[in-house]
Ligand binder design. Structure first.
Ligand SMILES: Nc1ncnc2c1ncn2[C@@H]1O[C@H](COP(=O)(O)OP(=O)(O)O)[C@@H](O)[C@H]1O
Ligand SMILES: [Mg+2]
Length: 397
């Protein structure tokens, strides 16, 4: 037992941990062959590691394991179970000569079977006995816990990888943003200021009042354009309305601007938050999530209509962004997005960083719903004026 617990201890991947466990168990129980199957999420059984002296392939054994009534029986009992006569046609007896007995020990964690330890012994060699079953039950529990730990470990590794990728992406995005601002300042604002300079020179040389009026008019237009583009740039970087007035007015304005910016019409409804300011970090988080979700609608959803609902529900703030577009396989996208598409991950990470949860629900043809729930600490709320909280603020773009 001690040898097994030592073998499965530590931050190991599933495969390595199971190999180590099997390498300890086979000699202790004098088995000739052994393998460990793990139950996948879809309920199917998959052989992860195995040791046997024959040409038998993992695929052949997997096929045999899949329909095996002995395995079903062991799963049902939730206890180690000895099969003294191998079923007729079992690949074990035909492929591993001399095998006579087979024991199956469910690997369990919190009463749930997560896998199966299989051992087989040969004819003439001592068969499995009752004491072995007691030992196997304990070993099964230990490996079961180790499977769960290994899965959590692998999940953590995967998350860490993605987090690193996100960080790299954030840095690249920051650089790209700086480049874009530099280009915009140089190309647009710089050029406009140059033509303003030219006009000023012409104004200096103006001979008649009519010329002066025409030059000033032209210059006024140029200045108005410069102001517009600088305002756009500033709003894009960080809308001052978010800092000055809070999330509800900022989202309301963003929703209105979506038609111009993204070509989609966005309805915005806010409830229970009209006189309240949320913590600064939470407001930024929700604003950026809405931006990313609506950019996704414009880019991918093939619709021109979406909605944002922002609502305080007791001790939580809920934001739901919905579109009636083409939809997609959200679970798969989050599972496989990896390097290239980090928008969905980024939204989820942002929500989790302020203690919230983000769920993306979508199916091909069925539109998409992005829901964020962030818990609120009462003391973190701040009233923006003394009037009682209005029942609902509603605005539609
Ligand atoms: N609202 C949506 N409607 C349809 N498909 C979507 C929507 N949001 C996301 N997707 C799909 O999910 C993928 C991943 O999205 P995301 O992580 O934001 O990456 P990106 O936008 O850079 O492609 C997109 O490429 C798209 O196929
Ligand atoms: Mg995106």
């Amino acid at each position: 037992m001690f040898a097994v617990s030592r073998a499965v201890a530590g931050p190991l991947g599933l495969q390595e941990m199971l190999s180590r466990a099997l390498a300890q168990v086979i000699p202790i129980l004098h088995a000739q062959a052994g393998w460990i199957c793990v139950l996948r999420n879809d309920g199917d059984c998959e052989i992860c590691v195995g040791q046997w002296d024959s040409e038998l392939s993992k695929a052949q054994l997997s096929a045999c394991c899949r329909g095996c009534p002995a395995c079903e029986e062991a799963r049902r009992r939730g206890q180690p179970y000895i099969v003294s006569t191998l079923p007729a046609g079992c690949v074990l007896s035909s492929r591993i000569p001399g095998l006579s007995s087979h024991v199956l020990a469910p690997l369990q964690v919190r009463g749930q079977v997560v896998g199966m330890l299989n051992l087989a012994c040969a004819e003439g060699v001592t068969c499995f006995c009752k004491e072995d079953l007691v030992l196997l039950e304990a070993v099964g529990r230990q490996i079961g816990i180790a499977i769960e730990n290994a899965r959590l470990w692998e999940e953590l590794q995967h998350k860490e990888e993605i987090r690193g990728e996100l960080l790299r992406k954030v840095i690249t995005a920051q650089e790209e943003e700086r480049q874009r601002i530099a280009r915009e300042l140089h190309d647009e604002t710089g050029q406009a200021l140059t033509s303003l300079l030219v006009n000023l020179r012409l104004l200096e040389r103006a001979q008649t009042p009519a010329e002066i009026v025409s030059q000033t008019q032209e210059m006024r237009e140029i200045v108005a354009n410069i102001l517009d583009s600088i305002r756009d740039l500033a709003v894009e970087l960080r809308p001052s309305v978010l800092d000055d007035l809070g999330l509800v007015p900022a989202l309301s304005r963003y929703a209105q601007e979506c038609t111009k910016r993204l070509g989609i019409q966005v309805d915005f409804i806010a409830a229970g938050l009209s006189q309240t300011r949320l913590p600064h970090e939470m407001e930024t988080t929700l604003y950026r999530i809405a931006q990313e979700a609506l950019t996704n609608v414009a880019r991918h959803a093939q619709t021109n209509h979406a909605s944002i609902l922002l609502e305080r529900r007791g001790h939580e703030v809920v934001m739901i962004i919905e579109d009636d577009g083409c939809g997609f396989n959200a679970a798969q996208a989050l599972d496989t997005a990896g390097r290239a598409h980090l928008g969905l991950f980024g939204m989820r990470e942002r929500a989790e960083l302020v203690g919230g949860r983000l769920v993306v629900e979508s199916a091909p043809g069925g539109g998409t719903t992005v829901s964020v729930v962030i818990p609120l600490q009462k003391e973190s709320l701040c009233l923006t004026d003394s009037t009682p909280n209005a029942s609902a603020a509603q605005s539609s773009a």
